[in-house]
Design a binder for this molecule. Structure first.
Ligand SMILES: [Zn+2]
Ligand SMILES: [Zn+2]
Length: 440
């Protein structure tokens, strides 16, 4: 019988920088090829070492049937440019289109500043979209069923992997408190997953227990409701949110009070247009006009926006009506806009670790907030992209795995000690990076 195993190249004891493989005899599939998150403490395996470990020799390259990306976050796709052209890559169709929107700007900027930088677009163009409707793909005897799952990246996937008569669930990053909601999550697991032999699950929130417990915003629904109150109380609302966190962007859009303008730039507008037009995502819809910030009133920024809800923003008008403006602190243009406002209120909707004194302090965010982060001008409203411990416990109960392998967590060794997983504590199998777990 061919040797069959699972291995985490990186990500068994850290959040992000993920890469794993399933191997059956001489063939294999690789799942995710992520860059280390900024602020990853003294990584034992840096990105260069990871590329070497995964694709360092000809045999491994030739053995790879595919690289399957769970979603578009950099800690899962960041090393995509190091995948050789001969190796097929897969990602969700809408995820691919969103990556192309971002890449068109990144490549343009890189071309101006660093002529030697390899463009992202041709790499993304090569990616193959997953089939819809829970259909399986066969890779030399390893069957993979991609299942669309709730996460802070739109069009994310978990995988049911079947090989050697074993049924394995590889969760990737997921949660059940986004717009799709926990009922959909439960139905998905019941219908397409059921009992599994091995559960390979993310455990991000195990090191963020206090943060989760003390957060009044538990769901994307809560986020929208709380945001509406803040927006209604201020005339100039500035929102810091990741442009690709489409659930949250949609909540801010839908909860912009009547009469107030919802403003964003062309990149964010194109992502919203892509998300709504893909029609796969319930509750994504146009509810009011979206005013697009076009520097120097240059209409060319609107060229990819075809829906009539997108209208070029008029500064005089939005200053009159009041507004909710999505901003990106890494773009100096927004700093200028902020400087022109009389009494702005900032809603911060990203992980608190990026703030001043946080675990991964982000200079752009800290600079942007400087002078605006007193209580009267600053509100934090954010819900995590990752499953709460209760959700992990529910998933374990629903899939009744014989073996549980944690990853994408700083607390892998705590997994078996969690009271929520007590009934399954003897089934937790913590792997080290690079360690082989035999499947047959
Ligand atoms: Zn991740
Ligand atoms: Zn993610």
């Amino acid at each position: 019988m061919s040797e069959a195993y699972f291995r985490i190249f990186r990500g068994s004891h850290q959040i992000g920088g993920c890469c794993s493989e399933f191997r059956l005899g001489k063939r294999r599939i690789v799942i995710d090829f992520g860059a280390n998150l900024p602020g990853t403490d003294a990584p034992e395996i840096d990105d260069k070492k990871l590329v070497q470990a995964v694709f360092g020799n000809k045999e491994d390259i030739a053995a790879t049937d595919a690289v399957l990306f769970t979603h578009y976050h950099g800690d899962h796709v960041g090393l995509k440019r190091s995948v050789l052209e001969s190796v097929p890559m897969y990602i969700g169709g809408t995820a691919k289109n969103i990556m192309k929107i971002i890449a068109s700007r990144v490549d343009y900027r890189d071309k101006k500043t660093d002529a030697s930088a390899a463009p992202e677009m041709p790499v993304i163009e090569r990616m193959i979209p997953y089939p819809k409707g829970g259909k399986a793909i066969d890779f030399s005897g390893i069957s993979v069923t991609p299942l669309y799952i709730d996460h802070s990246a739109l069009d994310s996937y978990m995988f049911v992997v079947e090989m050697c008569g074993k049924r394995i669930l590889y969760t990737g990053d997921f949660r059940d408190h986004g717009i799709p909601g926990s009922d959909r999550f439960d139905r998905l697991i019941q219908k397409y997953v059921g009992k599994v032999d091995i559960l390979i699950t993310e455990g991000t929130m195990l090191s963020r227990l206090e943060e989760a417990k003390n957060n009044p915003v538990q769901t994307e629904d809560d986020l929208g409701c709380e945001a509406e109150k803040v927006f209604a109380a201020h005339h100039e609302n500035v929102v810091i949110v990741s442009s690709t966190n489409v659930d949250s962007v949609m909540e801010f859009y839908h909860h912009t009070p009547t009469g107030m303008a919802f403003l964003c730039d062309a990149v964010q507008a194109e992502i919203i247009q892509e998300a709504i037009s893909s029609r796969n995502f319930g509750n994504y819809s146009y509810r009011k006009n979206i005013y697009v910030l076009c520097p120097n009133n240059y209409k060319g920024y609107m060229r990819n926006l075809h829906d009539p809800h997108f209208i070029m923003a008029d500064e005089t008008k939005y200053n009159e009506t009041g507004f909710v403006m999505l901003v990106r602190p890494n773009n100096p243009r927004f700093m200028e806009l902020l400087g022109k406002m009389k009494d702005p209120h900032i809603t911060y909707s990203m992980w608190s670790g990026y703030l001043k004194g946080g675990k991964c302090e982000d200079k752009n965010i800290v600079d942007f907030l400087s002078g605006h982060d007193d209580e009267a001008h600053f509100t934090q409203l954010h819900t995590s992209g990752h499953a709460y411990v209760e959700t992990l416990a529910k998933l374990i109960e629903m899939t009744k795995p014989e073996v549980i392998i944690p990853m994408h967590t700083e607390s892998a060794d705590e997994f078996a000690k969690m009271p929520e997983f007590a009934a399954y504590k003897d089934r937790v199998n913590v792997l080290r990076d690079g360690e082989v777990y035999k499947i047959n």
